[in-house]
Design a protein around this ligand. Structure first.
Ligand code: ADP
Ligand code: MG
Length: 427
């Protein structure tokens, strides 16, 4: 044959990249990307190049992991296909792989093509009923380290579905926040600008943190919670916030959560109180506009006390929406109770819903735990329970537990919350 096959050399890089590039258009694709091929070449993984009259006309490259090698690509210049060059490259590549003590060689073709037959001739066996599944991890490489440093992570993908009840709030957040961020192009066609910052406010335990996490989960974005106590670490909180936001700007997409934001952005007093948060509030005010310039990012702040936030902080230019999250209505309580009672037919959910007015999801959880504990202890104490008694807490157990628990949110707080909605809510 009128070609020469030699080991890949550094000086072949441009020619091989060109071959891979041009032959991909001819349908000689691979499950390995060009970037992966290049990094294998620069890592000095086994590769061979065929040359005709000094011009590279084909290349084959592999990567080795332990005893197994993957053939990453066999690229043949147009005009040289069907002339035995692919087999010749493969034979040479295999010789190098065997020398590297490889026991198994695999080649995944993206679809049946010319090469398939050549591989059969070269002694490869087509594995029947093998389907190649691939998932692109949304974040890896250097950004993963950055996310770790920030204490951020990806959340399970079902958190949105697991927010029980709260239909009004869920619907509002879905329409105003989630959908414009998930469908930015369609939103833009209608002149809808996706929000960049929102504040959730309402009494403690109503589900603000739960919603923030659920939004990140629904969008598939990493969740980074900025904890002032951790950021400051005894030092300068304003500077720490600046550094954190600079690092966050390096992430491609992110939901940043600041809980109890009233602690770092309280109403500024004149003159500034010594040891107060004046500087920190100013810093945050300066940081938000920069944060807002990026796409695919959302700042979610949560507060139990919106009235103690600095008014400048809440301006429309900074926060797109100020969304109240109140105690769950009867429908939401029913959904939350059903979750804790696991839909058991013997529990009268309607009775529990009626008995737990003003209960937050957190209060319901607390009462449900007490009832479960009572039922567990009764089971341990009973030598032999009466036959036919279903396991688990009874309606009575739940009602007793509800009676023991005082709702976190007092009627006065409910009135304050209603006033806050009138004064501050914006959506
Ligand atoms: N809609 C909901 N459905 C089920 N559980 C909920 C719901 N909202 C909140 N919870 C639970 O109640 C508790 C308090 O919620 P959280 O989001 O921390 O409240 P907040 O941040 O407003 O203080 C958490 O254990 C959470 O899992
Ligand atoms: Mg919270």
């Amino acid at each position: 044959m009128n070609w020469l096959i030699h080991d890949y050399r550094e000086s072949d890089l441009a020619a091989v990249v060109h071959l891979i590039d041009t032959t991909a258009e001819l349908g000689q694709e691979s499950v390995f990307s060009l970037a992966e091929c290049i990094s294998a070449l620069t890592d000095r993984q086994p590769a061979v190049v065929a040359v005709h009259q000094g011009v590279p006309i084909g290349a084959a490259l592999a990567c080795v992991t332990g005893e197994r090698a993957w053939v990453m690509r066999i690229a043949i210049a147009s005009g040289w296909r069907g002339r035995g060059l692919a087999s010749a490259l493969l034979v040479e590549l295999e010789r190098r792989l065997i020398a590297a003590r490889v026991g198994r060689i695999a080649y995944v073709l993206p679809e049946e093509d010319l090469l398939g037959e050549g591989l059969l001739n070269a002694g490869y066996t087509r594995q029947p009923a093998v389907a190649y599944f691939e998932k692109t991890e949304p974040l890896h490489g250097p950004a993963a380290g950055l996310l770790d440093d920030l204490g951020g992570r990806f959340l399970p993908n079902d958190l949105w579905a697991r927010v029980a009840g709260m239909e009004k709030e869920k619907d509002l957040i879905e329409r105003r926040v989630v959908l414009p961020l998930a469908e930015p192009e369609r939103a833009a066609q209608h002149g809808v600008r996706p929000p960049r910052a929102i504040t959730l406010f309402g009494p403690p335990g109503t589900g603000k943190t739960t919603f923030a996490r659920a939004i990140a989960s629904r969008l598939g974005w990493p969740f980074v919670e900025l904890l002032p106590s951790r950021l400051a670490d005894g030092g300068n909180l304003a500077a720490a916030l600046r550094t954190a936001f600079a690092r966050i700007a390096e992430l491609e997409r992110v939901l940043v959560f600041i809980d109890e934001v009233e602690e770092i952005a309280p109403v500024r007093t004149e003159p500034a109180a010594p040891g107060g948060m004046h500087g920190v509030t100013n810093e945050l005010l300066k940081l938000i506009p920069g944060f807002r310039e990026g796409d695919e990012r959302l700042l979610v702040c949560a507060t139990n006390s919106i009235r103690s936030l600095d008014p400048a902080f809440l301006r429309p230019g900074r926060f797109d929406y100020l969304i109240p999250i109140g105690t769950p209505d009867a429908g939401a309580r029913a959904a939350i109770w059903s979750r804790w009672t696991e839909g058991r037919a013997d529990v009268d959910v309607a009775a529990l819903v009626a008995a737990s007015e003003l209960f937050t999801p957190a209060d319901i959880e607390h009462a449900a735990r007490i009832a479960a504990q009572v039922s567990f202890e009764r089971d341990l104490e009973a030598v032999a329970g009466p036959p036919g008694t279903p396991p688990g807490a009874t309606t009575r157990d739940y009602l007793d537990a509800v009676a023991q628990c005082r709702p976190t949110v007092t009627p006065a707080q409910t009135r304050d919350f209603a006033a806050d909605i009138t004064a501050h809510a914006r959506f």
